[in-house]
Design a protein around this ligand. Structure first.
Ligand SMILES: CC(C)(COP(=O)(O)OP(=O)(O)OC[C@H]1O[C@@H](n2cnc3c(N)ncnc32)[C@H](O)[C@@H]1OP(=O)(O)O)[C@@H](O)C(=O)NCCC(=O)NCCS
Length: 149
């Protein structure tokens, strides 16, 4: 396993993170939304890096008692090395410093890798949203982790 470092995302990481996101999603956010998101005090954004190359990131949005895992992506060549799990763990540690009691997320029905990862980390499916996603149209699975249950 490579020596991977983890830290908070900074403005200088936005373009690289944006490129990683573009390689993974059919309907990615724009670079402007991305940079704007980094400025929001209620977002917790972590990156993973190999040397000085950012190879993954995750973004949590914390509002009052609920944090949302908005996005997590690891570069293809670096998957299945626990990098995604580790970023979520670090995010949870930071979220526990806030008033949030739970973490919510939504994931494409067909995204088995992400769903398995979330289940392994303790997220439970609580509902589905019919045809929530576009390109292609697909149901969303809504998952929740209660931080203090
Ligand atoms: C979902 C995603 C972020 C997971 O990242 P990751 O770094 O591969 O996640 P992890 O390595 O922590 O876990 C993935 C699997 O690798 C396995 N794994 C972890 N460490 C491992 C190791 N050292 N050796 C072998 N396998 C390992 C885990 O058991 C897990 O398998 P399981 O889910 O079948 O139990 C990644 O697949 C991705 O970027 N997907 C595209 C974007 C996406 O769909 N994001 C989610 C929606 S926003």
């Amino acid at each position: 396993m490579k020596e991977i470092n983890y830290r908070f995302m900074e403005k200088r990481d936005a373009y690289r993170a944006y490129r990683i996101m573009r390689s993974a999603f059919s309907s990615p956010w724009g670079i402007k939304e991305f940079e704007d998101g980094l400025k929001l005090s209620y977002n917790i954004c972590m990156v993973a890096e190999d040397g000085d190359l950012v190879i993954g990131f995750c973004i949590f949005r914390v509002l009052f008692d609920t944090a949302d895992l908005d996005m997590i992506v690891v570069s293809k060549d670096y998957r299945n090395q626990s990098i995604g799990s580790h970023m979520i763990d670090l995010g949870i540690k930071e979220i526990k410093k806030t008033e949030a009691q739970r973490i919510m997320l939504e994931v494409r029905d067909s995204n088995t890798e992400a769903r398995r990862l979330y289940e392994r980390m303790g997220f439970k499916q609580i509902s589905t949203r019919k045809e929530y996603y576009a390109n292609p149209s697909e149901d969303a699975i809504i998952m929740e982790m209660n931080l203090y249950a």
